[in-house]
Design a binder for this molecule. Sequence first.
Ligand code: GDP
Ligand code: MG
Length: 826
Amino acid sequence: MLLSDLKTGEKGIIVKVNGSGAFRKRILEMGFIKGKTIKVILNAPLKDPIKYKIMDYEVSLRRSEARLIEIVYPDINKKEEVKSVHNSFNISTSDEQEPISPIAKKTTNSKKVITVALVGNPNAGKTSLFNIASGAHEHVGNYGGVTVDSKEGKFKHGGYTFRIVDLPGTYSLSAYTPEELYVRNHIVEEKPDVVINIVASSNLERNLYLTTELIDMEVPMVIALNMYDELEQGGSEFNYQKLSKMIGIPMIPTVAKTGVGIGELFDAAIRIYEDKEPIVRRVHIYYGNTVENAISKLNIQLEKLKDIKLLFPRRYISVKLLEKDKDVEKYVNSFPSNKELFALRDAEVKNIEDTLKEDTESVLTDARYGFVAGGLKETLKGKTNESDATSLIDAVVTHKYLGFPLFFFFMWVMFECTFRLGGYPMEWIESGVELLGNFVRGVMSDGMLKDLIVDGIIGGVGGVIVFLPNILILYAFISFMEDSGYMARAAFIMDKVMHKMGLHGKSFIPLVMGFGCNVPAILASRTIESRNSRMITMLINPFMSCSARLPVYLLFVGVFFKSYASLVLFGLYVVGILLAVISARLFKRYLFPEEDTPFVMELPPYRIPTVRSVSIHMWDKSRQYLRKMGGVILVASIIIWFLGYFPQNEERETQFDNQIALVETQFNQNTISETDKDDQIEQIEDLRNIEHQENSYIGRIGKTVEPVMRPLGFDWKISVSLLSGMAAKEVVVSTLGVLYTGDPDNQESLKARISNDVQPDGALTFTPLVVLSLLLFVLIYFPCVATIVAIKEESGSWKWGAFSIIYTTGLAWIISFAVFQIGSLF
Ligand code: GDP
Ligand code: MG
């Protein structure tokens, strides 16, 4: 029978995994091997995907994928323990004097720097360990794939300087995903002095699979038994000293969250580096007679290549050749005698598959899992790791009827808090900025410098700084969702919906992150394995309205749609999401019409986010925001001010001065009253302002693009603001702040200035219709330079960067055009 036939709560034993390629490989590595028990935990609200428990961890699969796994439905639904196929502990110590592994760097141990690479499964705590050891503030999250880049840190310990690198999480070191390849290349090319293999102790069986691959690569290694606190809480007893001796690798229990064991861990790393660790012993994973025979034959063939300095240990190359590893095949292809090698390999693969009636990938995976199971059998007691809290929470948040309402409720709370709660500190900052502006205006003497400071700097930067509270709150929520593990559940319940769009449940995470900032969100789409889904996710990400667009919305919504502000804001986000959905379907249909990836995703147990990690994340984001304030926005404000201030036209100024003088004279001769005089002077000043701005550099630029923007309802000032917003969307607000200067004797808030601004013909510049058209335009057009660069980097070509610019800006124009033109009819 098939895995998909099992009902909730039932168990089955895996007999065979069908399917092909990446899916099969991944699923084998994640522990779906012959003889393992698998249990159905629950269905997502839309009946798909399904959450299973295997090897003590939880993973979700789509129904279509579960159909590829054959199981037997035995009476184990009563009986508990299932025997694994291989559970004898098979180690062969290598006594043949092989040359030292090419990866184990031969060092003279004289330099005082030790390079360390952190390698481990997603969510094992690598980044937490990296942070606590090096004092860095990298982002941790409770789901797979938060770290997508490598990060380097430095610190001193035990007389050495450690240079440690935090690598992306991987389940294995085969070459199926970019991460796996990346980590393997890092180990081969950078040759770290010591590899710290971080293992989640709460789920040893699956985590140690990666360890077996590292053993094959013969890297100098220490194992960090991280999350040891969770293992102990679960009531398990783990004789790690014994296992450590058996496999010849030091193991150190750690709790990266609090720092327990970190010192000992790096002490062990030093002993490895100095060759003083007594435990170290080279062991081999024993793959069974048939495979071992094949490995020996291949080894002999490889040995003949005396003049080639191999990148990997011989045994590793042989094993990977048998496993049909594409990357190693490519490497071997570069050898002169590759034909014989491949011929031998093919013959051996055929022999193994005929003898064992199974393909080599499963044979080798089984053997590795057998190795792990054997080791744990003798050392780990009482291992069932039933996290009651997690299953309880999951029963609620992924419930058939409650799942979606709860999800939307959380989203709603997030928005309400961001906008409503954030509104209070925003008002305080706003009045602070106003006070500062008026104060400076009062104390400084007239002149260019005063204009620059008040109109350019305070007007520009001040207009943006007020949104800091909103951004802090938004990030607090995003970071809480990531850290607790809820984000992975959101992906779980959303998978069916995302699948309809041609995407993957995992695409959901980058899309939600896009509400914070599109740039890290685009980087986060790296965890999606299929290139097609990844490309679509990246290209629609700009429609997720990022926090930089928020200031623009808040400014206009606060003035023009005050009584139903939340609704309009929510509407904007929804429009963005709808456009993303429609675009995704279009892209899927016309640009990337291929099969999508399997939905194999680990669902980590819920963890209470530490105040520390949430606040670090918030702090980092606000620092970035403030840095933008001091950088891009300040510079942009000054440039915009400059372009608006110059050229000064003496002749015109004198004309206006003369007109004012004339009014003064009339008043002195008592031909007009005092109020008349003031009115007239104000009119002249207004005219002077308008004339000046229109003739300034920026006015000319604006006038040039105005014809294109007019049909959308935008005057030249709005056009200029939108142009400047290409650097970063917040700049739209600061530019408006500089351009709409308003009454020079009163530093009114920007809100007041825009609501009073009139066109030369006396009509208000901003009507609700213009504002609506503008808001949509800001939502949709050119995301920002950084986003485009991120798309280019991640897609590997400028083509997609350019595509994104044209697509978004074109779409923005069409939609704003339609809204403004149709709206004008009423
Ligand atoms: P990475 O994906 O390997 O980089 O893992 P992270 O460092 O992002 O951590 C994953 C999750 O595990 C986070 O929620 C951490 O707070 C949590 N975590 C990390 N180390 C420990 C630990 O030793 N004990 C416990 N209980 N939780 C931990
Ligand atoms: Mg990480």
